[in-house]
Design a binder for this molecule. Structure first.
Ligand SMILES: [Zn+2]
Length: 348
């Protein structure tokens, strides 16, 4: 293919109708209907007696119950993270009574809202099971931001409170699963909360002698390959960039980035930037069509954001991937993504 030329960058529960076959498969297995079992979304508890850092024995015991029930019910691992984050917010993983109303237990479920008897709800195994049962009934929960999925189940007065526990919950769950979490397409999310943006081989590297202004790494993958958010964050840029011109939303029906580019054209093509914690920005260039996320959207690690293409300054389908230390992303704050990702436990 020749060398790739990348862009040089400066309590009530709503039972919803299940739409996706994947969700239907998971639920049917939970309720004994057989069928699909969630495939690679499913995880295994390899260390049931884990003692995640920072948790007391009681908290670790309760976290262990939550992941064990998730495994037994064949809930995709993303659901375990949502459950642990919810329990961190609702009860700090302490099985407790005495909430603001008649809320009880790890998830502060309410007998008056049909969650069960007080005795049942104070049983962590039962409480976790009810949480998962309701989560699995939410259509599309696996692709929702954690807060939204948790809120659909909990109907909390403070929905945004769940999000702040996502990284911690990911770390806790991974202590029970051998250090990594599987995602639905077989990618793994490291305990750091980072994952590979595409399954591809490394092509042109960061600021090589013959390309000193190549501020990212090229990951070679077939046209159409799904690109994933490398970590959780907020989308800060969705743009078409060709030959020195840039377009932000709203986009016209046919943008110049909808066509294949070529070396020398210039530009990142269709691209996305995500701002992460600790002021890291990741950038994803040359997508085949308009990205499927929008500015301001919260995304989770591994969430699909677009598809591999060769728009802009590019000689063939690949993902040009950049990491920046600082916001906004500039040429000056670009760093080599390969050691950065390796340090996050994610070899590219
Ligand atoms: Zn490149």
């Amino acid at each position: 293919m020749g060398r790739l030329v990348g862009w040089i960058a400066g309590g009530l529960v709503v039972f919803l109708v299940l739409i996706t076959a994947a969700a239907a498969g998971v639920v049917s297995s939970v309720f004994g209907g057989g069928g699909a079992d969630g495939g690679g979304c499913l995880g295994a508890v390899t260390t049931p007696g884990a003692a995640p850092a920072g948790l007391s024995g009681e908290q670790a015991h309760n976290a262990g119950v939550i992941v064990a029930v998730g495994e037994r019910m064949r809930v995709p691992v993303r659901g375990w993270v949502i459950a642990v984050a919810t329990a961190l917010q609702e009860s700090d993983l302490i099985n407790t009574g005495g909430g603001p109303d008649d809320s009880l237990g790890l998830f502060q479920q309410r007998p008056s809202q049909g969650w069960g008897t007080p005795e049942q709800i104070m049983n962590p195994d039962y409480a976790a099971g009810k949480f998962y049962e309701h989560l699995l009934a939410v259509s599309g929960w696996q692709s929702m931001p954690l807060t939204e999925a948790a809120q659909r189940v909990q109907r909390s007065a403070y929905p945004d409170a769940y999000a702040k526990h996502e990284a911690r919950a990911t770390e806790i769950v991974s202590a029970y699963t051998g250090g990594t979490l599987p995602t639905c397409d077989g990618a793994a999310i490291a305990a750091s909360g980072w994952t590979r943006p595409v399954a591809g081989t490394v092509g042109s590297g960061f600021r090589t002698p013959d390309r000193p202004h190549h501020n990212g790494v090229d990951l070679i993958a077939a046209r159409g390959t799904v690109i994933h958010a490398a970590s959780g964050g907020v989308v800060v840029k969705v743009r078409c960039n060709i030959a020195g011109n840039s377009w932000d939303a709203p986009f016209s029906p046919s943008m110049p980035c909808d066509r294949d580019g070529y070396p020398g054209l210039g530009g990142c093509g269709w691209y996305v930037e995500i701002r992460h914690a600790a002021v890291i920005v990741s950038r994803y260039c040359h997508m085949v069509r308009q990205p499927i996320v929008h500015v301001g959207q919260t995304v989770t690690a591994g969430q699909p954001i677009g598809n591999v293409g060769t728009s802009g300054n590019s000689s063939g389908p690949h993902l040009h991937y950049e990491i920046h230390e600082g916001y906004p992303a500039t040429e000056a704050n670009a760093i080599n993504p390969v050691p950065f990702m390796r340090q996050k436990g994610v070899p590219l």
